[in-house]
Design a protein around this ligand. Structure first.
Ligand code: NAP
Length: 544
């Protein structure tokens, strides 16, 4: 093992991932702190989620004007969004523009996967091994004082292990690793497995593009119309004029949205009053239905059921065949306890002649045959299978890296019973490693760019503070981590969230420990706590 004197760290910081988080992290560390930073990215372009998820119908569920960076007023003014909910190609263009505008590419190494990282205790730095090249054989070992994981919460795809997939004679794709050249569905019989946010976005587009679509649904979902529309030049100008107020509200909101938490309580309202609120939000569309309907929506079962029943009523009214409508009605989880999708004509699509819904809860998939999908009831012949089966969320991408901390402890061992972090920012036993929107932070329960900016700024402020004081090493203390893990758990128990078999608890991955991973207490409260920790000289961290 080398000492700090004979092998100084090559880099001040190494960033993993070139999505929203990694790009801003690189900019902050390099251009504001003047550090020597390198970013490694597995893809052959920047964009993270928006680089990989190119499936038909992919667009953002948050509105463009607040699903964007706030750190640069110039960037805000020069970039004009064309629609309310931007499509994947537009967000990818935006992130490429950011990479160019801030001259980030010269410090980004593409097509390079971080394979392993080991903390060198004597030198207080990380030794990181990368993999690149066609077979992944080429790579290098680099050393960095700090490593920042910006690997994303939903980036490790989940392709269920169906028997026979290797013998399927057609083509198959996972939505999270979509071919760049696109897929021509014309004249094809298509199977779509999965009805989460992705499957619900893809369904209407696949139905329109293909000869026939069969949707394999395991759990019906509650979807609210997005009400997407182009942004007129007047609307775009108005947004630009009000960016500062919009951003301020996002920062104060528990969800990172440009509206504050509602104090209206449904428990005190009549059925008519509740339905009037739901109807108004249904007509306005989008995630407001969750965030701005009632303050007791996510902790009062009766209130939640009134929202759920309202949505079921809309499904019954939209889907013409009562048997199909019945299959689409969610009953097994409270509304919002799985990340709620928003859609454009999802339920309407089941009125098309070329669309069929198959309930794989009632008749599970047994195997993939050379010609299609066999359930316990029938074989469905198809030419293409689209897997919209989600991700090993929040932990998968980080655990794919062989991380070894103090005493050779691996992260996989440490997180065997579920992720443990201090504030979702650091892991005891893994000094100088920061995680942007890691488990234990509000991340996936918020409008991500707001949560990402808060983390990136906290981490870069922390690194600046350490360097000013010549402190080489920062590590979350075990007791602080323990207290935070318990707090995250206790907060979740005050809500309905743990009642669902969601990816928030890891239920979608066979064998994954069931732990509610995000912090439900709100981004506003969480931000205050992070600021307080910093103001107290990084309380809960060991500094050396
Ligand atoms: P998901 O929410 O995890 O949905 C996966 C779907 O596949 C579920 O319907 C699931 O059924 C089904 N499934 C999984 N394994 C299966 C199996 N073995 N057999 C049959 N069905 C199976 O994944 P996602 O739709 O990709 O969305 C993940 C997250 O990404 C979202 O919740 C959201 O946070 C984010 N997202 C955001 C946007 C956006 O903002 N534009 C768009 C898409 C996704 P069960 O429910 O029964 O497990």
């Amino acid at each position: 093992m080398s000492s700090r004197q004979d092998t100084p760290p090559v880099l001040d910081a190494l960033v993993i991932g070139a999505g929203f988080s990694g790009l801003y992290m690189l900019h902050r560390l390099r251009d504001e702190l003047n550090l020597d930073v390198r970013l490694y990215e597995a893809g052959d372009g920047v964009g993270g989620t928006w680089y990989w998820n190119r499936y038909p119908g992919a667009r953002c569920d948050s509105e463009s004007y607040y699903y964007s960076y706030s750190f640069s007023p110039e960037l805000e003014q020069e970039w004009t969004w064309t629609s309310k909910y931007p499509e994947q190609p537009e967000i990818l263009r935006y992130l490429n523009h950011v990479a160019d505008r801030f001259d980030l590419r010269r410090d980004i190494q593409l097509e390079t996967r971080v394979e392993a990282a080991r903390f060198d205790e004597a030198a207080s730095c990380w030794e990181v091994r990368t993999k690149r090249g066609e077979g992944g054989e080429c790579g290098e070992t680099v050393r960095a004082q700090f490593v920042v994981s910006a690997v994303g919460c939903l980036s490790s795809g989940n392709l269920p292990k169906f028997d026979g997939l290797d013998r399927f004679e057609g083509d198959y794709y996972h939505t999270g690793a979509w071919p760049h050249e696109g897929v021509d569905f014309s004249g094809k019989r298509v199977a779509l497995i999965g009805t989460g946010s992705t499957g619900i976005q893809a369904t209407p587009v696949l139905a329109a593009e293909s000869d026939h679509l069969t949707v394999f649904q395991r759990t019906p979902n509650f979807s609210v119309p997005a009400r997407n529309a182009p942004l007129s030049p007047e609307e775009a100008a108005d947004i630009k004029q009000h960016y500062r107020e919009i951003r301020d509200t996002c920062r104060q909101s528990p969800f990172g949205f440009p509206y504050l938490a509602t104090e209206r309580m449904a428990a005190e309202a009549t059925t008519e009053e509740r339905n009037a609120v739901y109807e108004d939000l249904w007509q306005r569309g989008g995630l407001r239905f969750l965030a701005a309907s009632f303050g007791d929506l996510m902790d009062n079962e009766d209130v939640n059921e009134s929202a759920a029943e309202f949505i079921r009523g809309k499904i019954r009214a939209t889907v013409k065949d009562p048997a199909v409508a019945e299959m689409l009605l969610p009953h097994d989880h409270p509304y919002g306890t799985k990340r709620p999708p928003i859609d454009t004509d999802y339920y309407e699509t089941f009125n098309r002649d070329n669309v069929r819904l198959v309930d794989v809860r009632k008749a599970p998939i047994v195997e993939i045959t050379p010609r299609g999908i066999r359930t316990t009831e029938a074989e469905h012949e198809v030419d293409v299978i689209v897997f919209a089966t989600g991700f090993d969320a929040m932990t998968g991408a980080l655990l794919n890296i062989d991380l070894q901390g103090i005493g050779g402890q691996t992260l996989r061992d440490k997180w065997e019973a579920g992720p443990r972090t201090y504030l979702g920012l650091q892991i005891a036993g893994f000094p100088n490693l920061f995680t942007v929107t890691g488990p234990g932070s509000p991340s996936v329960l918020t409008n991500m760019p707001v949560a990402i900016e808060q983390h990136v700024e906290w981490i870069s402020d922390c690194i600046a503070w350490l360097r000013e004081r010549d402190i080489a090493r920062i590590e979350a203390r075990s007791d602080a981590e323990e207290e935070w893990v318990n707090h995250v758990y206790d907060q979740a128990q005050t809500t309905l969230y743990p009642k669902a078999n969601s990816w928030y608890v890891g239920a979608n991955i066979p064998g994954k420990s069931r732990v509610f991973m995000p912090f439900v207490g709100g981004l506003d409260i969480y931000r205050e706590r992070c600021n307080e920790v910093a103001e107290k000289g990084y309380e809960g961290f060991e500094l050396q």
